[in-house]
Design a protein around this ligand. Structure first.
Ligand code: AMP
Length: 298
């Protein structure tokens, strides 16, 4: 994992260096937002599950350019994890997260407890369709997008956000959240931020911390295969053959591939021709116990 380093420590000129306000309760959050609103300040939100890295920091910096006040939410959302997944072991680095956000002048950290988010008797879910049911992440994590859509809708409302930044790293999630905000007439405008990568191409992810040294050395093959496959498709090689070869290369490198697919970049519908509009290659593959996802434009 790329921890808090120099790339994360620069601060835009004129921003504050003080510790962000850390809020755990909804009434306190609402009171603070009312003060900002009274001054007609625009609010930007960066939803995260913590264990912050330079990818998250890029989202914060983009939000700071688009809003007067930036809230970073830190909440490891239980409803988007299946019982077999890594909720218990998900990395939690709250103190380091606060320090990193202080260095870049974040105003407020919204860190609700699970009981605040889901009080006893909570019984409502946002169940997204469209890009949430195209046979990619949804095929392998059937409850994931309902968990994400529900918590993100709540965060948008709680934080009264004008804009929210999301990473292209989680491309299907970006599409699902954008569609949900549009369909529910939420006033929060979604801003997409390109994927931040290590020098060897591996997309930064909190879950990279799970990789052993050997797996970490193998992991950049994911981005290499995406790049090679995208290049072949752009050069008019048949899509199916390029994907089959890419999948075989990943398997040889030691990955168990959940999917490697070319999709319409807007709708995520399957495509069979490189001329069927803008394309996106999306991959999910497991290295040992760690599941990695990535995507690039063709
Ligand atoms: P997470 O904390 O992993 O749930 O991610 C919170 C936000 O950070 C999501 O919008 C992710 O897409 C985004 N994000 C995670 N990794 C990266 C990355 N390497 N580059 C850009 N955004 C990222």
């Amino acid at each position: 994992m790329c921890l808090v380093g120099n790339a994360m420590s620069s601060r835009p000129a004129g921003s504050k260096s003080r510790r962000p306000q850390i809020i755990h309760s909804l009434p306190t959050l609402t009171r603070t937002l009312a003060r900002w609103r009274a001054r007609r300040e625009r609010i930007g939100l960066v939803p995260t599950m913590g264990a912050l890295h330079a990818g998250h920091i890029a989202l914060v910096k983009r939000a700071q350019r688009r809003a007067d006040r930036v809230i970073v939410s830190i909440f490891v959302n239980p409803t988007q994890f299946a019982p077999t997944e890594d909720l218990k072991t998900y990395p939690r680095t709250f103190d380091a997260d606060v320090a990193a956000l202080a260095r870049i002048g974040v105003d407020l950290i919204w860190a609700p407890t699970a009981d605040t988010m889901y009080p006893q008797g909570f019984a409502t879910q946002v169940v997204p369709g469209g890009p949430a049911s195209v046979g990619l992440e949804d095929a392998f994590r059937p409850h994931f997008f309902a968990g994400v859509a529900t918590v993100v809708a709540k965060l948008f409302v709680q934080c009264d956000a004008d804009i929210a930044t999301f990473g292209e790293k989680d491309y299907q999630q970006l599409k699902v959240v954008t569609q949900m905000a549009r369909d529910l007439d939420l006033k929060t405008h979604i801003v997409a931020v390109p994927t931040v990568r290590e020098a060897d191409g591996l997309a930064l992810s909190s879950r990279n911390a799970y990789l052993s040294a050997g797996e970490r050395a193998t992991a950049p093959a994911l981005h290499r295969v995406l790049t090679d496959t995208a290049g072949r498709i752009a050069a008019d090689h048949p899509i199916a053959a390029a994907l089959t070869d890419g999948g075989a290369t990943l398997a040889q490198a030691g990955f168990v591939v959940d999917y490697l697919e070319a999709r319409n970049a807007d709708t995520l519908a399957p495509v069979h021709s490189a001329h069927a509009g803008p394309l996106r290659l999306l991959v999910a593959a497991r290295l040992g116990k760690t599941r990695l996802i990535d995507n690039i434009a063709v």
